[in-house]
Design a protein. Structure first.
Length: 217
């Protein structure tokens, strides 16, 4: 099979899901493809270059998830649904959010969904700066939430025993730290609901910002 960027990406995602970010090395990737390392370097100059392309692919998948949401008439529901679509995409991959965070998107055409999102909020009455702040808050919350969420798992669907609730209850002194002890159930269960509740906090803040701006005029 001829070696191309798509094949390399496919195998790289396989290794990521098997071994995590630390286990994803160009040497291991070359061995998986049954080629010498220089063959990889022909397509990607280093691991960061590979991660940038992987993140771009994940962003593309997330956009495909959220594209159908553009018709939602209410901007608050739309904003929350788009964030949920991003989380859903990141959770498909082991350490998906960690891999995605801080990378450089390689496809300039992906500025199109950014343009559409900014246009959506500015049409609602947000200034450009407010739209950037709002979308940035939603994005950063989603990435941070999923990084923490995935840290409690060895792999998708495989909990890390370090975060076992029963073990945590044994470790936390309930007399000295009763609220911290009780918080474990809130922190490590019902993640879907807690994620949505956090989104609602941000969207409520954005609604207040928009209302304040309208009152000022």
């Amino acid at each position: 099979m001829a070696l191309d960027r798509q094949l390399i990406l496919h195998r790289a995602f396989d290794i990521l899901n098997e071994s995590g970010l630390e286990g994803l090395t160009l040497r291991r990737l070359a061995a998986r493809l049954n080629v010498k390392a220089p063959a990889i370097y022909w397509h990607f100059k280093d691991k960061q270059d590979l991660l940038d392309e992987m993140a771009t692919q994940v962003f593309r998948e997330s956009y495909q998830e959220s594209a159908a949401l553009e018709a939602m008439p209410e901007w608050r529901e739309w904003a929350m649904a788009c964030s949920q679509a991003l989380r859903k995409t990141l959770l498909r991959y082991r350490e998906g959010a960690k891999m995605f965070s801080g990378t450089y998107l390689t496809d300039a055409e992906l500025y199109a969904p950014m343009e559409a999102n900014l246009r959506r909020l500015t049409r609602e009455g947000f200034t450009l700066r407010q739209a950037v702040v709002g979308l940035g808050a939603l994005y950063s919350y989603t990435i941070g939430f999923v990084i923490e969420e995935q840290a409690t798992q060895l792999a998708p669907g495989e909990p890390n025993p370090k975060y076992n609730l029963a073990a945590r209850e044994q470790r936390v002194n309930k007399v000295l730290y009763p609220l911290a002890a009780a918080a474990g159930a809130e922190m490590f269960t019902n993640l879907d609901a807690r994620f949505v509740e956090g989104l609602a906090v941000i969207v409520t803040g954005l609604s207040t910002m928009l209302a304040s701006a309208g009152a000022a005029h």
